[in-house]
Design a protein around this ligand. Structure first.
Ligand code: PMP
Length: 349
């Protein structure tokens, strides 16, 4: 049987998101937090039942999240990770979908999965938004959705707020500011602007702050927008265990913030160390990873891996670049030592 002929046309040549498990000692490729919080799982057997479906609306989690972000529960939609929210947004509104490039690949991948047009406009030389280029596309293609990851993955920088405002004002579609990495940034997020712009939506996730295994993401927006997206949400999309842990995360956010501060401090140290290595150019970051340019990036990636250190090869989207997630001080030291070793080996040859 020729399965390919049965597949929808837009899926035939689609390569899905690649998240293969590569064995390594030091895992610095996926922007996870090196710090987990296993004690938050304690005692959950008293509240989570295995035989009943979870709360379909995630009411307790919405209340806890609303308190934390000073919103109303009606301003929140919970997803199985923000990936699912991206899926729901594009399912509900359709395309064209506009985003800068390079950026998080799922905006484009999900657009293609759903048969919608994804339009990428390259960032400028300092990795900020090309507002001219984007407003031109907005005028001509009238995108229904615009995704702005700020801080941006993989470049690490925040876009300038003034440029984000220009895009929001120019667009008659919805502008989704993906703040997955906002907890590591020194800049203000867009939360306080939700009341000002009715076409603004914000995404947050627990994945980067120590809870990637839970798969919990949030869409924050005015109620009408949340209700519209909620129409396409699958029943019981977030399981009971994840909901219960996420409630604890929201209530005890202070404990989690301590770990976030450690990571941001380590990022600055890692950046300075990378700057001092000959042949390496790191880009300033407001996230929990650093993009860096290095000669022979492919060999460097391999060389690091042969020493047990896994980083992300970004050559597909930024020339000669690798991306390293900030780990524990010990992991970062192992990464830096291995990088120096790999580069000095290359120099000797
Ligand atoms: N947005 C951005 C910018 C990301 O980098 C990622 C993860 N790499 C996600 C969203 C996905 O987050 P989640 O784990 O909540 O699906």
């Amino acid at each position: 049987m020729n399965l390919n002929r049965l597949l929808r046309k837009n899926i035939r040549r689609l390569k899905g998101y690649s998240a293969e498990e590569i064995p390594c000692r030091v895992k610095l490729d996926a922007n996870e937090s090196p710090y987990g919080f296993p004690y938050l799982l304690e005692g959950l057997e008293k509240t989570v039942s295995t035989n009943r479906y979870p709360d379909p609306e995630g009411r307790e989690l919405k209340r806890a999240a609303a308190r934390r972000w000073r919103l109303r529960p009606g301003n929140i939609l919970i997803g199985n990770g923000s990936d699912e929210i991206i899926y729901y947004l594009i399912t509900a509104f359709g395309g064209p979908v506009l985003y800068p490039t390079p950026t998080f690949s799922m905006y484009g991948i999900i657009s293609r999965i759903l048969g919608e047009e994804g339009i990428g406009v390259p960032l400028d030389r300092s990795f900020d938004l090309d507002t001219e280029g984007m407003t031109e596309v907005i005028r001509e293609a009238r995108p229904k959705l615009i995704f702005l990851s700020s801080p941006n993955n993989p470049t690490g920088n925040c876009f300038s707020s003034e440029r984000i405002f220009r895009i929001i004002k120019a667009s008659r579609g919805i502008v989704v500011v993906d703040e997955a990495y906002q907890p590591f940034s020194s800049r203000w997020g867009m939360l306080r602007l939700l009341e000002e712009f009715d076409n603004l939506a914000i995404m947050r996730t627990l994945s980067k702050i120590g809870f990637a295994s839970l798969r919990v993401g949030f869409l924050l927006a005015r109620k009408e927008l949340i209700d519209a997206v909620d129409r396409v949400r699958l029943p019981f999309n977030v399981n009971a265990l994840s909901q219960a842990v996420a409630v604890e995360v929201m209530k005890r956010y202070g404990e989690i913030e301590k770990a976030l501060r450690v990571i941001s401090r380590e990022r600055e140290r890692l950046y300075r160390e990378l700057e001092r290595i000959d042949g390496v150019t790191p880009y300033p970051s407001e996230a929990n990873f650093i993009l860096f340019k290095v000669r022979g990036a492919s060999d460097v990636h391999e060389g690091l891996l042969s020493r047990g250190v896994l980083v992300r090869d970004m050559r597909g989207s930024v020339r000669d670049c690798l991306r390293v997630t900030v780990g524990t001080p010990e992991e970062n030291r192992l990464f830096l030592d291995s990088l120096r070793e790999v580069l000095s080996r290359d120099r000797r040859r």
